[in-house]
Design a protein around this ligand. Structure first.
Ligand code: DX5
Ligand code: ZN
Length: 235
């Protein structure tokens, strides 16, 4: 992983992670360049297999094709069964980080070792109704926890506010070197809630790429989150 693509460990602060799922797939290179020039901190890559989630998005080939055109940190969110089996293909394609779902495995420690062994940082994700206790045994072993604030599979869904309780709990428990990412339904009306609860890495698809001016939309979201942190604190 090059310096320009470091995860920013130990660097506190908010990170904006536009989700490529909501981009115009006919011009991925241009869409990535636009949010990169506009100050995106990570590029969130939603990989769906049609099994774990009822939708299919894109795989390593697409990621490999955009990799040479961007210096952004590539944050892969694998919504797939058998993440350990496919992790190598995603890291080889240029992913700096790989997040997998706890719901697909009884052996998360092994999946974490596999991903880390490939040289990527590791995240673990919990669905809206999966409790924090499900990832208890590996909480110390990951670089990031991703809390789903919609059911994974599709962009443009409504934010599930019940997950904020888990965000607060995780925010209290994670170390400053660990990121707390939230994904789904993040927009002008919800990003402040997520930031106030302690999320530091904000995934947004439709609220960025679905807007006429994605860069202005991203900056407005960043500002709303920053203001929420300033007025409520984020733990
Ligand atoms: C959902 C994906 C999300 C999705 C978010 O399965 O994991 O990253 O792209 O889309 P929005 O921001 O539109 O809810
Ligand atoms: Zn995602």
């Amino acid at each position: 992983m090059s310096d320009g693509r470091q995860f920013g460990l130990k660097t506190p602060g908010l990170r904006m992670a536009p989700s490529l799922l909501a981009a115009d797939f006919s011009q991925l290179r241009e869409q990535v360049a636009m949010v990169e020039a506009g100050g995106a901190d990570l590029l969130h890559l939603d990989v769906m297999d049609g099994h774990f989630v009822p939708n299919i998005s894109f795989g390593p080939g697409v990621i490999e094709a955009i990799r040479p055109h961007s210096k952004l940190f590539f944050d892969a969110h694998l919504m797939i069964e058998e993440p350990a089996r496919y992790a190598e293909a995603f890291v080889k394609a240029g992913c700096d980080h790989v997040t997998f779902h706890i719901e697909v495995t009884d052996e998360p420690a092994k999946v974490i070792d596999t991903i880390r062994g490939l040289g990527a940082s590791v995240g673990i994700c919990i669905n809206p109704t999966t409790p924090v206790s499900a990832i208890e045994s590996v909480l110390d072993a990951v670089d990031m926890v991703l809390v789903m604030s919609v059911w994974p599979g599709f962009g443009g869904q409504e934010f599930i506010a019940d997950v904020l309780e888990k965000v607060s709990e995780l925010s209290d428990r994670l170390t400053p070197a660990q990121r707390l990412e939230i994904d789904g339904g993040i927009g002008p009306a919800t990003i402040g809630l997520a930031a106030g609860a302690g999320a530091d890495t904000m995934v947004a698809g439709s609220a960025i790429f679905g807007e006429n001016d994605p860069v202005a939309a991203m900056e407005a979201l960043r500002l709303a989150a920053t203001e929420a942190i300033a007025s409520h604190g984020n733990g």
